[in-house]
Design a protein around this ligand. Structure first.
Ligand SMILES: Cc1ncc(COP(=O)(O)O)c(C=O)c1O
Length: 458
């Protein structure tokens, strides 16, 4: 487990605020994953571009970006101006507005499989709606997910291969819930198969396709080091879904409008039956979308329920229009990827100079750093690796003002606002953090088994 250092920063205000927050909110935060310890939990004052400032005035280069959304950088002036300009429209009317069609058209232009679009508010809501649609359309209840994937906080998807049951790689790990409160009854409805293993998927589909509505896949494991689908694997998933008459739901909540204008589907040259996008759609304003083939999507309203009081809220729609237009018409995503590439090269040089084996996973805009010469291709691979180095190093980096994710399973997110100054500063601090890590680990490596929480970002 990462111990976040507090040697260089003064966190007095955050610590005092935490004590106050704790009186009113469980763990003092609005998401379990924002709690980093009684002394280390940070509260944000504001962000700008690739940086954020905490309430003590500590400055960080942000590589978490709220788990991905701030693709253009925090508080992008054009996006925020568009959202402000939409404020006079009002909030919610339980009626549609014109801007919904404008944004739906933009998504259709950018994402090949989007013959029709519906909006929701969050990634979780979109995936819930996509799964319900698949069940309604096919008349089947069951589904398949992959080890190491994350699809949001709802009962159907809050199941994961137990990271503490992966020592014996010849057998499948237990599938456990993300914490309490998930009915065991749900376990009867799904299969979870290893990622990048089309044979295992085919075994399941061959035997059970009569009951399976959908295969739910993250094209890049955005909550597991950014492990990417091998191109032949995701193409096989597409073919197997078609062959066995099962819908392919591609969850692009993290990859959509990040790894390319047309998301991972464009990158891999595949088309989903149904897909979901969320995080980068509006640079952090709450909106998500479900897109897909017309025949399937038209089931909404013809038997399948979809809606919600806050769907397609005016300010989020305006922010989405501005964000998507920038991504469509500028080189923002190319610049984002170029930064990620330069950062990997710089980190690689630092590590090679010290003879530290390493590899990178994922897309340049959302990549995992891995301390082994070979990058993992499955969740099980990741578990076999030594992530102590990452965990220790992340503790130093955050203290130095490089806000990376303390959990090695979460990728580093890049925005179009990360610039040369960020890069030089990051690489300088990275070098320092690597040396401090080497020094700390040489004093006595903690080889004890670590109890892991399932990887999650919400
Ligand atoms: C692939 C994927 N799907 C769904 C979700 C859930 O999204 P949200 O946190 O907006 O509910 C996430 C969140 O990280 C995700 O990465």
């Amino acid at each position: 487990m990462t111990t976040i250092k507090t040697q260089r920063r003064n966190l007095a205000k955050s610590q005092a605020h935490y004590q106050e927050a704790l009186k009113h909110m469980p763990l003092g935060v609005s998401s379990n994953f924002r709690y980093w310890g009684d002394e280390q939990t940070v509260f944000v004052d504001h962000g700008k571009g690739a940086r954020l400032w905490d309430i003590d005035g500590n400055e960080y280069i942000d590589y978490r970006l709220g788990y991905g959304p701030a693709i253009l950088g925090h508080c992008h002036p054009d996006v925020d101006a568009a959202a402000r300009a939409a404020q006079p429209v009002g909030t919610v009317y339980a009626l549609g507005t014109e801007k919904e069609v404008t944004v739906a058209k933009l998504i259709k232009e950018m994402m090949p499989a989007a013959e029709l679009v519906r909006f929701s508010n969050s990634g979780t809501e979109a995936v819930m709606a996509a799964l319900r649609l698949a069940r309604g359309y096919t008349g089947k209840d069951n589904y398949v997910t992959f080890e190491g994937s994350y699809h949001g906080l709802f009962d159907a998807t809050m199941w994961t291969a137990d990271p503490d049951d992966m020592k014996d790689q010849s057998k499948d790990p237990k599938v456990i819930t993300y914490g309490q409160g998930i009915p065991q009854l749900v376990r009867q409805l799904f299969w979870q198969v290893p990622y990048n293993d089309a044979n295992r998927l085919e075994e399941v589909l061959k035997k059970n396709h009569d009951t399976i509505a959908a295969v739910l896949i993250e094209p890049i494991l955005g909550n597991c080091c950014g492990i990417p689908s091998k191109p032949e694997f995701i193409k096989a998933v597409r073919e197997l879904c078609t062959k066995y008459n099962v819908l392919m739901i591609v969850d692009e909540v993290k990859t959509g409008f990040r790894v390319g204008k047309g998301g991972a589907q464009e990158l891999y040259g595949i088309e989903a039956d149904i897909f979901t996008v969320a995080k980068a759609v509006a640079n952090g304003y709450p909106i998500s979308a479900i897109g897909g083939k017309e025949e399937i999507m038209r089931k909404y309203g013809k038997g399948v329920a979809h809606g919600g009081t806050y769907t397609a809220q005016a300010m989020s729609l305006a922010a989405a229009e501005a964000t998507l237009s920038i991504m469509k018409n500028t080189d923002a995503l190319e610049r984002t990827a170029a930064y990620g590439k330069a950062m990997q090269e710089g980190m690689g040089k630092v590590l090679s100079k010290r003879g530290i084996p390493h590899s990178f996973t994922g897309h340049y805009s959302m990549s995992g750093l891995f301390f082994s010469a070979e990058a993992p291709t499955t969740y099980r691979n990741w578990k076999l690796s030594d992530y102590t180095f990452y965990d220790t190093m992340a503790g130093y980096l955050i203290d130095m003002g490089v806000m990376c994710e303390p959990d090695s399973r979460e990728p580093w997110f890049i925005s179009a606002a990360h610039d040369q100054k960020c890069l030089e500063e990051t690489l300088g601090k990275f070098e320092e953090a690597v040396d401090l890590t080497l020094e700390e680990l040489s004093k006595g490596r903690d080889t004890g088994e670590q109890k892991l929480m399932p990887g999650i970002s919400g």
